[in-house]
Design a protein around this ligand. Sequence first.
Ligand SMILES: *Cc1c(COP(=O)(O)O)cnc(C)c1O
Length: 389
Amino acid sequence: MNHEIRREYPDYTMTSGPCTVSPSVLQALSNPAVYHYDPVFMEKFKDTCEKLKKVLFTENDVFVIQGDAVLALEASANSCIKPGDKCLNLASGYYGKGYVDYINAFGGIPIEIEVPYDSAVTVDLVEKAIEENPDIKILSMVHSETPSCTVNPVKEICQLAQKHGIITIVDSVSGVGSCEVKVDEFGIDICIVGSQKCLGAAPGLSIVSVSDAAWEKMRDKNPRRWSVLCMLDWKEMWFEKGNFPFTASVNLMYGLDQAVDEVLDEGMEHLWSRHDLCARMAREGLKAMGFELWAVSEDICATCSTAFKLPEGVDQLKFRYHLRDRYGVMISAGLQAHADKLLRLGHMGYTARPEFVMAALAAIGKSFADFGIEADLSAGLVSAAAIME
Ligand SMILES: *Cc1c(COP(=O)(O)O)cnc(C)c1O
């Protein structure tokens, strides 16, 4: 107990993103930092985007913005939302709620559906809102609400919106890779994905797909060009002329390309089922140890990350630093008002592996014991292992 380990880096980064990446992704990041117009890089960038179409099951234009996902989310609003546009925004958590600020900032008229942050938005609620507001132009939603580890029924909601000619903007930053997302079949006009979540790349890039209808909406809005918040720059400069709007993040792209190769080699179905298996292991393990899951029901639990209630009397920061320093596992707390209410164990991308989940569960159970909290570690590990395939 008094053997203090000082770790420069944790062995297992299993937060709600970024997460530990594969050794080969790490290695790819160190390829030469060439000019972004070097033919080698131009080819690579095009090739990565083509492969990402397979990841997203789409024929829509796909590109990669140099910036983390919140930049792409704000860019989607800046590019599409015209003053006076009615925008239906779904909020079942912090990222969903946050989008309303963009709607307001760009002059849209928000119509909000908000549910408690341990729940999901239902298709019925969306149907009712569309019936009451037939002039809705845009629907914005989060697919996998990572701060509370819950998912919304993205397929049913986007298909419904598409029937009504509504442009759909989906934050699937942590959804893609963790479960089935088929952009064209689901009717997602703008899909935004983070590099550092379930695709297993380093942080700093946003993958974006844009449908023809969404490009049309952007032309109609006519946003100011030559801006990191202008997605239309990508259409007019990259797709039409082969010029990058700005400098591409060369080394991060190498890492993303490697990560995409790995997920396509594995196969998307296998990637989804690996995330599902790890999420079930995490849930069964935590419940058997005596913890309570955050979500109101397990059918809305995300497969990228698992949230459980923080036991009374535990300081989340002290606990997480102890877990990290002594056992080498870094996990996340909740966001904002939920910071002291829940903990989140990420199992994304490379870390969505049964052996990682077993190691994390063992470390979590032991850490709680160190904090004087009764946790049935053996029951937790047996329950998790029982569903290992
Ligand atoms: C991680 C995440 C974001 C923010 O991504 P950044 O890369 O931190 O900008 C947005 N939405 C969801 C659902 C996320 O999981």
